[in-house]
Design a protein around this ligand. Structure first.
Ligand SMILES: NC(=O)c1ccc[n+]([C@@H]2O[C@H](COP(=O)([O-])OP(=O)(O)OC[C@H]3O[C@@H](n4cnc5c(N)ncnc54)[C@H](O)[C@@H]3O)[C@@H](O)[C@H]2O)c1
Length: 373
């Protein structure tokens, strides 16, 4: 905890340095005119920072106290390479069991997504799949879009099975479909939209979760990989957003779009270097704000969710193999643990539903407090 006495000491030290400065810079005769702004002059002996009153007031840990070099724990390390498995070996995300379905607790009707059709890109796995499940549990029909169509089909079947189990005796089952798209390819996006419209008749909500990250230091990042990363994370988000917005405008219908950014769009993760991913997620966040303004007159809301470190089947596998990385990451999260995909269920339902009717252009950080420290 920050003790008041420590605060007072720092305050005194700063005051003392200001007093020392004032004594050297103040004219000795005539009236003292206070300049509009004052920049402290540095001590001339630059080789001895102790002579610089500003430097002397800066607390500094003893040599070696903060690792091999100062600032070590707050910097990227080009040697940290997180091994992401090839797509064929990506682990499947299990369906959330027993906590998604019908319940009899009172809650605001505004949170319901009944009579809506929600499209989720990247919905076959990870966060996208769990957010897709949240929309179904809240009453929506669902169109899953993914590069991996067989996984999307498989999960669509499991979602229906789970819904049936959690809602015994319910007659109307949700319509859940699976569609192929490479989100970075405009033709593929248009085909997926046409396919989903043919099966559902309309789309009301969109969640763009297709995306990926990888780690290279900026100098060694292969250019074609960087283009692919931006293609999927940024172009893919943009293409689906404009496709769904165009459809909503033609129908003169309201809609809600939720873009999945990342806390990496606001902070720089350490120690793994990933500059293009961070920049891509910053782009996603500001794209949401920009489109929110552009489409506000059409009753189309656009918001962003920025998750922190979330424990998906994939991140669980990576961290089980790299316990040091897991410890490093969790040490930086104020709540002291990584999030789970289920932690996004309420956030996405809120932003898709009428409960957030007056919220557009917002960035909802679901990061256990990571970005506020
Ligand atoms: N997991 C985290 O800790 C975390 C944290 C912050 C943000 N995010 C973001 O959340 C989103 C989902 O991440 P995840 O962890 O669930 O990843 P994931 O790899 O588990 O799932 C991503 C899904 O997107 C699909 N996909 C990838 N490229 C595609 C393409 N070109 N076209 C269509 N589908 C494609 C994959 O097949 C997969 O089903 C990403 O945008 C990611 O950047 C994740």
């Amino acid at each position: 905890m920050f003790k008041p006495t420590v605060g007072r000491q720092i305050f005194k030290a700063i005051n003392a340095s200001h007093a020392a400065l004032a004594a050297t810079s103040r004219p000795t005769t005539g009236s003292f005119i206070r300049p509009l702004s004052h920049t402290a002059t540095r001590a001339t002996k630059e080789d001895d920072p102790k002579l610089d009153p500003n430097m002397a007031a800066t607390p500094k840990a003893p040599e070696g106290a903060s690792g091999e070099h100062e600032g070590q724990f707050a910097r990227t390390d080009e040697n940290v390479q997180i091994p992401y498995p090839p797509d064929s070996e990506m682990p499947a995300q299990p369906i959330v069991q027993g906590r998604g379905g019908m319940h009899f607790k009172r809650t605001l009707a505004q949170f319901s997504l009944e009579n809506k059709v929600t499209m989720v890109t990247g919905g076959a796995r990870g966060l996208g799949l769990v957010m897709a499940q949240a929309s179904v549990a809240s009453g929506s029909d669902l169109a899953i879009v993914d590069l991996n169509k067989s996984e999307a089909e498989d999960q669509a079947g499991k979602l229906i099975e789970q819904f049936r189990k959690e809602n015994p005796g319910l007659e109307g089952m949700p319509n859940i479909t699976a569609h192929y798209a490479d989100v970075a390819n405009p033709d593929s996006v248009n085909e997926a939209l046409a396919d989903a419209l043919a099966k559902h008749g309309r789309i009301d909500n969109l969640v763009t979760s297709a995306g990926f990250t990888e780690n290279f230091d900026a100098i060694s990042y292969p250019f074609d990989r960087m283009q692919k990363l931006w293609g999927v994370n940024v172009d893919g988000t943009y293409l689906f957003a404009i496709g769904v917005a165009k459809h909503l405008m033609e129908r003169k219908a309201p809609g809600s779009i939720v873009m999945i950014g990342s806390m990496s769009g606001a902070i720089v993760n350490v120690p793994q270097p990933q500059a293009p991913y961070n920049a891509a997620k910053a782009a996603v966040r500001h794209l949401a704000s920009s489109l929110a303004v552009e489409w506000a007159g059409h009753d189309i809301r656009v918001n962003c969710i920025s998750p922190g470190y979330m424990l998906t089947a994939l991140t669980r596998k990576i961290l089980d193999e790299n316990p040091q990385l897991r410890d490093k990451w969790t040490s930086l999260i104020p709540v002291g643990k990584m999030g789970t995909p289920e932690d996004l269920m309420g956030a996405v339902t809120f932003l898709l539903s009428d409960a957030s009717k007056y919220i557009t252009g917002a960035d909802l950080r679901v990061d256990g407090g990571y970005t506020v420290t």
